[in-house]
Design a protein around this ligand. Structure first.
Ligand SMILES: [Zn+2]
Length: 401
């Protein structure tokens, strides 16, 4: 039987983490809405422990990332604890309890974001009273973003600011759900939208028209050939599943009647590059095929026809060598000597690309993320608490690495 947990109730076991998690889950922070009430709450909480925070707002001013430093801000060997505050929607999902009220049974706690990834945020925040008093020799950066679930949009500015510091952190831990196992790589995600403009005509007048659907189909066929080449010729990396870069057409809309030459077609492509693949070059090759091979024939009939492209999301792939000291440290903290590459993307690629060695390691299982009755095991939160306490101990003795 599950029952609701409230933030002012101290349940047995892990009171602080669960009380904070109840507060965080109570803020509906689906990506399309403002996360400011949650950010305000975290800032007030940090402030009550003597910690200032700084915000990075989006263009609309309705969402913000939050950065706070605990410990000596300019000391070398610091650690970033990175997490996103947004959650995926609950529309169309059949929940047994209110997704925005934390519920619990003996083993698990339920709520939207409990696993992905307010459980990590709550565990980190539960350690703040202790960290604020500890004699840290190197700083802990809290880096809480927005809009991760819609393409890692709300972390770039904050991450760049952290990386620019005089003594950049030695390690970033992204607390996405990995069952507290160190994850050392994932593929990137690029999505590309394409609008094809043709010239409409009665279908008896085909030679004087430009068929947008057929032009788009030529490009789809080319993308298919690129995808086939990537799967047959590589590059390959057996740590990923599938072990090569994939690309596909996910959406194709055009045409209204069989006797009208269509003047418009919209297509969307999805690319999942291995870390070793230059994704921008793959995209550019596809654009150039459209511009150089398909488009000239269209423009011979009407110069106003052609292709327009827009990159809709661009999440960098991420890879760190398994014998990197940052990986060894996370293995020691987590008590897990394994490493894994995963199929879901995170903000790790952004921090790693900026030169901050990054490992993904956080409580809960990705299998429970984004689903109805999303939950996290109490034991996972406990493991994360132990992990963070070991990290604090390490930082009181000196830098992370
Ligand atoms: Zn997530």
């Amino acid at each position: 039987m599950i029952h609701p947990l409230f933030s002012d109730v101290a349940p047995q076991g892990t009171p602080d983490t669960l009380a904070i998690l109840a507060r965080l889950v109570g803020f509906n922070t689906i990506s399309q809405d403002s996360n400011l009430p949650l950010i305000d709450w975290i800032a007030t909480y940090l402030h009550s422990h003597g910690i200032d925070s700084h915000r990075f707002y989006d263009a609309t001013g309705t969402k913000a990332a939050l950065h706070a430093v605990i410990g000596p801000p300019d000391a070398a060997g610091g650690v970033v604890l990175s997490g996103h505050t947004d959650v995926v929607p609950v529309d169309g999902q059949n929940w047994d309890s209110d997704p925005f009220v934390l519920h619990a049974d003996e083993h698990d706690v339920y709520g939207r974001g409990s696993c992905d990834m307010k459980g990590f945020l709550a565990t980190v925040l539960s350690r703040v009273p202790h960290l604020a008093q500890a004699r840290l020799q190197a700083p802990i950066h809290l880096a809480f973003s927005y809009d991760e679930e819609v393409g890692c949009l709300g972390v770039e500015e904050m991450a760049a600011d952290i990386a620019r510091r005089a003594a950049p952190p030695a390690l970033c831990i992204v607390g996405e759900p990995t069952l507290m196992k160190p994850v050392t790589g994932h593929k990137g995600i690029w999505s590309l939208e394409c609008l094809v403009t043709g010239l409409e005509a009665h279908s008896s007048q085909v030679p004087y028209a430009v068929n947008a659907v057929e032009a788009a189909a030529e490009l789809v066929a080319y993308v298919r050939s690129v995808a086939r080449r990537l799967s047959s010729d590589g590059p390959f990396n057996g740590q990923f599943d599938p072990p090569f870069t994939t690309m596909q057409t996910g959406r194709f809309h055009g045409g209204s009647a069989v006797n009208i030459v269509p003047n418009r077609c919209e297509v969307s492509f999805d690319l999942r590059p291995l870390p070793s693949v230059d994704a921008a070059a793959v995209i550019e090759d596809i654009r150039q095929y459209a511009f150089r091979v398909i488009e000239p024939r269209m423009k011979d009939i009407d110069p106003a026809t052609g292709f327009e492209f827009r990159i809709m999301s661009q999440v960098a792939a991420f890879d760190i060598v398994d014998d990197h000291p940052a990986v060894s440290l996370v293995q020691a903290l987590s008590g897990s000597n394994d490493t894994a590459k995963v199929s879901f993307a995170t903000e790790a690629g952004i921090f790693n690309t900026l030169g901050i060695p990054t490992v993904v390691c956080g409580p809960g299982s990705i299998d429970q993320a984004h689903k109805p009755n999303e939950f996290i095991a109490r034991g996972q939160l406990r493991q994360c608490e132990v992990f963070l306490d070991k990290l604090a101990q390490k930082l009181t003795q000196g830098g992370a690495i």
